[in-house]
Design a protein around this ligand. Structure first.
Ligand code: E4P
Length: 218
């Protein structure tokens, strides 16, 4: 399972990259706004820090402008994956870019039907938003299960399921149980994966008992 981080905060990206567990980054216009930096140089900086795919999203919604923006984003670095919305024009851009050999992340997916279209358009990644579905009382992880099953039925689909809009460690665990290829998570949720109160309690006891032995390993 690949771990992507869902942020445009370069400090968080550097910090998590240093763990050696980070396989890529996803950004979106809202995350760029939150970062408060210029988009193009920021994506270049992120691409320097992380070897894996860095998703940079187009801002336009019509085919011609999205395609021009996509080419500009693609030129930033070899590891840019262009992110396009799941719309008819977005999928046309996806097909065109994937035919050129550019990785495309199709975003804002909320149904299995949409995920089928993205795979047929040659997307490298499909991003179903589980948290936003949960927010409206639907079952986000059920959608992941559906998409994994459908993609497994068609080995010629190369599209990876990228679980997005993650809100908790359990989303990540459930995604792993379903065999989703990638998760993209906010930094705080990735950090929560490390935590267990029994780990903290057990370590405190080991440290205390070791001190009582009066020994030193080094
Ligand atoms: C995915 O690529 C999106 O950037 C992201 O996961 C959206 O998550 P949100 O619903 O927390 O905004």
């Amino acid at each position: 399972m690949k771990f992507f981080i869902d942020t445009a905060d370069i400090d968080d990206i550097r910090d998590l990259a240093s763990t050696g567990l980070l396989d890529g980054v996803t950004t979106n216009p809202s995350l760029i706004k939150k970062a408060g930096k210029d988009f193009i140089p920021l994506i270049a900086e992120i691409c320097d820090v992380v070897d894996g795919p860095v998703s940079a999203e187009v801002a336009a919604t019509d085919f011609d402008t999205m395609l021009k923006e996509a080419h500009k984003l693609r030129a930033i670095a070899d590891n840019v994956a262009v992110k396009v919305p799941l719309t008819p024009d977005g999928l046309k851009v996806c097909k065109s870019l994937s035919d050129e050999g550019t990785q495309v992340n199709v975003t804002l997916c909320f149904s299995a039907a949409q995920a089928i279209l993205a795979a047929k358009a040659g997307a490298a990644f499909i991003s179903p938003f589980v948290g936003r579905l949960d927010d409206i009382g639907a079952d986000g992880m059920h959608l992941i299960a559906e998409i994994c099953t459908i993609y497994d039925n068609y080995p010629d689909f190369d599209t990876e399921v990228l679980v997005a809009s993650i809100r908790s460690p359990m989303h990540i665990v459930e995604a792993a149980k379903m065999g989703a290829h990638v998760i993209t998570s906010p930094p705080d949720v990735i950090r929560k994966l490390y935590s267990h109160p029994l780990t903290d309690k057990g370590l405190a006891a080991f440290v205390e008992d070791w001190a009582k032995t009066g020994q030193s390993i080094l």
